[in-house]
Each structure stands twice: as C-alpha cells, then as structure tokens.
Write a protein that binds this ligand. Sequence first.
Ligand code: ZN
Length: 184
Amino acid sequence: MEVNKNAKYIIAVGALLLLSRKLLGSFGGGGRLRVPNDSYWYFVKPPQIMRNDSEGKGHWGAPRNNGKPHKGVDLLANKGEAVYAPFDCVVNRTLLVYDWSNKWIGWEVKSIENPNIRVKFFYCVLDKGKVGQTFKRGDKLGVMQGINEQYSPAMYNHLHVELWENNVNKDITPYLNLQTPTPQ
Ligand SMILES: [Zn+2]
C-alpha cells in the first residue's frame, strides 16, 4: 500500500515536471522565440514578410545593381529587433557584407543535424555569439542593424538570409513559411 502511494506521488511529480517543461518550451523566455510547432525556419518573429520596396525586391533571384541575381530572401525586420536561430546550429564564421565597409555585418551558421546546410545572415549583429558557439532552434542569435541608413529611407530594413546546400546557393523560400507580402 505504501509503495503504491509513493508510486502515485512520483508519477504526479513527474507529470508536473513534464508539463512545466512543455509550457516553458513553448512560451520561452530568456530570449527564446516561441517557435510554431512546424518545421519552417523562423529568423524573425512570425509572420515573416518578404521585402518589396522602391529600392528593390526581396525574392531569391531578384535583379541587383551589381548584375548578379539576389542570392537570398529579404525579411522585413526593424533595427534592434531580435534575430533567432532557424534550427539547431553552430556559428561557422563571421562575414562582412560589403568589402567597402566594415559596418555591415553578416554571419554564417551550419546545421548540426545536417552540416551540408549553411545559412548566411546579413545585417545582424550577433550579440552573445562567436564562432564555434552552438544555438538551439528559437534561441536569440543577434540583433538587427538598420541597413536603410546606408541606402535610402525608402528601403525597408530587413534581414537577408541565404541558403547554401553542399556549397551550392539554393532558394531558401520553401523553408520560410512566408506570409503574402503586404502591398506597398
Ligand atoms: Zn538581400
């Protein structure tokens, strides 16, 4: 009888622990994004909206002044907003977005599950990270810069994200669960 009581107590405590873990996991805190329960990649707080302004369009392959097609997707995000780890990853290296300026920062992360997958972020300062540090999906990675300061107020601030798989640039769009861009 005594054993039975203890067993019930242990089960009850276990259930409570599991429940609180689940709640903490989904609601986060401490700089974690409340990641929806799906396999899409969230770099900024959803809804993720693609940039489309008078200075340029944000889709993969969009034309750019340098004559090369756009290698990533631009996601609307304001200066100072958080940028999150899209999947469990390790910081691979830091990048300068432009060779003519050391102001505009980029990072590259590598998937822990599949090291052939690399993602580059542009216009994001990685505040607590450094090369070699690992992050869980939904962890805060860094903070947005305001790239329109470099160009024009007509440009909407954005995070540029690009996918490399086996060293080949791929369209990242299918992973983004993009919401229809707001008409501008
Ligand atoms: Zn871009």
